[in-house]
Ligand binder design. Structure first.
Ligand code: PMP
Length: 401
């Protein structure tokens, strides 16, 4: 008998499980719109040219594989905080940001979860309904209680702004409010700049702590600065802010696991202490982070030519996604004779579109059409080509009605 008889089978992950099911499907028409990973028009994974150039540079320099410090690569930490806040942001000169390199967005969120559990016992994290599925896992495993604020309005396929504000207002003082910096996952629906101001007002009034998850900087609009404007607006008000960052999407470094947790503090003294505690949390978890991806980021951002090339490639990726978004909308509008208004698809931003398909309809997409997607009706447009838009539109219309 095994000692592990009591270990039950874990359910498949709702997002990564979709890729496993996709791999097992032998139909040539199959399409994977589950995981948010960028594909070329030929539906192949993409390594950015600028990443290859940075890697060549690293080889030429013969860089070693010594351990990084607990907090990660200094040049990366400097670059990542500057990308987030803008290099000339006085907050950086004032030394008010505690930045440590994390294991991509997920690992950085997890560090923050551990920090909240340790220093804010009993405090709750408020997450959007819906949100990226892993947020709940991260806070559950960190033993941080969470609840949801209204975000998505199925009637308009838009933002339930009044519901969002009311729920943030109703939360007990000192609640952490998790916000998606840009390109909300899974809905693709972001607040307008005016709405961000109002969200900041309520968070400030209630003494809440804003906590941004920035997984798509530069990938939503094509501009690093524009996609960071929500975070910068909060920071400029002098608020203390948590920000998790990821380079999975905007530099295509998915498997390198490069990201950071930044805590903007009210003084450099506080930031120094917060940083020391983040390091203390990281040390027994994984000791120190991997160097390769961090060096890529530092090299790209630190070299004006490479930095510009990155921006061009990022704009092209964002542009390709906008192109398929438009084509999908055009195809749906042309094929759907019911008069339904599909323009919500054009209003959404980033990698995803929230189609409004329910679970049964999403099942039909997969079972009948071999289109793999999460059961909440989310499709990754980054995994769609112009050539497949008509097929996808047929499948959506068939599943909808
Ligand atoms: N947050 C959000 C909202 C995401 O969509 C993702 C990626 N799907 C992440 C964080 C983290 O991804 P990673 O761990 O690859 O950086």
């Amino acid at each position: 008998a095994s000692r592990f008889e009591g270990v039950t089978m874990a359910p498949p992950d709702p997002i990564l499980g979709v890729s496993e099911a996709f791999k097992a499907d032998t139909d040539p028409k199959k399409l994977n719109l589950g995981v948010g990973a960028y594909r070329t028009e030929e539906l192949q994974p993409k390594v950015l040219d600028v990443v290859k150039k940075a890697e060549n540079l690293m080889l030429e320099r013969g860089e070693n594989k010594e351990y990084l410090p607990i907090e990660g690569l200094a040049a990366f930490n400097k670059a990542t905080a500057e990308l987030l806040l803008g290099a000339d942001n006085p907050i950086l000169q004032q030394g008010r940001v505690a930045t440590i390199q994390g294991l991509s967005g997920t690992g950085s969120l997890r560090l923050a979860g551990a920090f909240i559990e340790r220093y804010f016992p009993g405090a709750k994290v408020l997450i959007s309904s819906p949100t990226w599925g892993n947020h709940k896992n991260i806070f559950n495993d960190s033993r941080v209680p969470w609840s949801e604020y209204r975000y998505y309005d199925p009637k308009t396929v838009g933002l339930d702004f009044d519901g969002m504000i009311a729920d943030i207002k109703a939360a007990p003082e000192g609640t952490f409010v998790l916000l998606h910096g840009c390109a909300h996952n899974p809905t693709g629906i972001d607040p307008t700049p005016e709405q961000w101001e109002k969200i900041a007002d309520v968070i400030q009034e209630k003494n809440h702590i804003p906590f941004f998850d920035v997984a798509y900087q530069g990938f939503a609009s094509g501009s690093l600065d524009q996609d960071a404007s929500s975070v910068r607006l909060f920071a400029a008000r002098g608020m203390e802010v948590f920000v998790a960052q990821s380079y999975s999407k905007n530099l295509g470094l998915y498997a390198e696991r490069v990201g950071a947790i930044n805590v903007i503090c009210s003084s450099s003294d506080v930031a120094t202490r917060v940083k020391s505690q983040l390091k203390r949390i990281a040390r027994p978890m994984y000791s120190n982070p991997p160097v390769h991806g961090a060096r890529i980021v530092a090299n790209v951002v630190g070299d004006p030519t490479l930095f510009n090339e990155w921006k061009v490639e990022m704009e092209a990726m964002a542009g390709r996604i906008k192109g398929v978004r438009q084509k999908l909308y055009d195809s749906l509008s042309a094929k759907d004779k019911s008069g339904k208004d599909w323009s919500f698809i054009l209003k959404q931003i980033g990698m995803f579109s929230f189609t409004g398909l329910n679970k049964a309809q999403s099942d039909n997409m997969t079972d009948k059409w071999h289109i793999y997607m999460t059961k909440d009706g989310r499709i990754s447009l980054a995994g769609l080509s112009l050539a497949k838009c008509e097929y996808l539109a047929d499948a959506i219309i068939d599943s909808y009605y």
